[in-house]
Design a protein around this ligand. Structure first.
Ligand code: 13P
Length: 255
């Protein structure tokens, strides 16, 4: 399985800044080789990004979606609206949605289902808080989040997923997980996927690490067979350094 590196811009960039970034990163497209690169701008920049990335090897993702396709949900955006803009992936269950916006496991499961029904590939985020890690419950938290989100999915649907392991305490803190700890969490995730969908299905689902990933540390994560890429926040905001991060990841798996 190849690498997939995802830029999660969160609430950053106007349409003008999005256009500058996309034009700039496309200059390095050939250097990315077989690495799949995905940009997840805010909703307001999706059309701009789609117009510039269209025809390139870079793909487009959204950061969230609503669990219904339409209805009286002021301020919300549905999966079918995202597909309409050329979006292929959508992040679901990001820690900021879980812990800042209060989204529970049941809501995240509904969003995973809505994404699949719309033809979007969900990037399902899971990960423990610092207190949960200190209490020794990392694996049980991850398992609970995974099983809740996978409930009712067939193996065909499971194969459309990407899983991102993002320990909450590593996000935006500059304190990335120890690569060996990320390896053990990602291996555990693979085991849960295998128990749920069998090894053929589990083998088709990329598992990423996220949390303070940058050019200088990406190699130490992706060199583990258990980790097929990264979900990158802060270090994805500048085209030059994000490009360098992607190229470092590519180099690490080639060597
Ligand atoms: P940082 O890379 O800024 O730590 O953010 C990680 C993240 O939340 C990506 O979704």
């Amino acid at each position: 399985m190849g690498l997939i590196i995802v830029a999660n811009w969160k609430m950053h960039k106007t349409t003008g800044e999005t256009a500058d970034f996309c034009r700039s990163i496309l200059k390095d497209e050939k250097q990315f080789g077989e690495v799949e690169v995905l940009i997840c701008p805010p909703y307001t920049s999706l059309t701009t990004a789609s117009g510039i990335l269209n025809g390139s090897t870079l793909n487009l993702g959204a950061q969230d979606l609503h669990w219904k396709q339409e209805g009286a949900f002021t301020g919300e955006i549905s999966g079918s609206m995202l597909r309409d803009l050329g979006v292929e992936y959508v992040i679901v269950g990001h820690s900021e949605r879980r812990h800042v916006m209060g989204e529970a496991n049941a809501r995240i499961r509904d969003k995973v289902k809505a994404a699949l029904e719309s033809g979007l590939k969900p990037i399902l985020c899971v990960g423990e808080t610092e207190a949960e890690r200190e209490a020794g419950s990392t694996n049980s938290v991850i398992k609970e989040q995974l099983l809740a989100a996978l409930e009712g999915l067939g193996t065909g649907e499971m194969k459309s997923l990407v899983i991102a392991y993002e320990p909450v305490w590593a996000i935006g803190t500059g304190k990335a997980a120890q690569p060996a700890d990320a390896d053990s969490a990602c291996s555990f995730i693979r085991q849960v996927l295998q128990d749920e969908g069998g090894s053929e299905t589990a083998g088709k689902i990329p598992i990423q690490y996220g949390g303070s990933v940058k050019e200088g540390n990406i190699g130490s994560f992706v060199e583990f067979d258990s980790i097929q890429g990264a979900l990158v926040g802060g270090a994805s905001l500048q085209a030059d350094s994000f490009s360098a991060l992607i190229q470092a990841a590519r180099k690490a798996v080639q060597s």
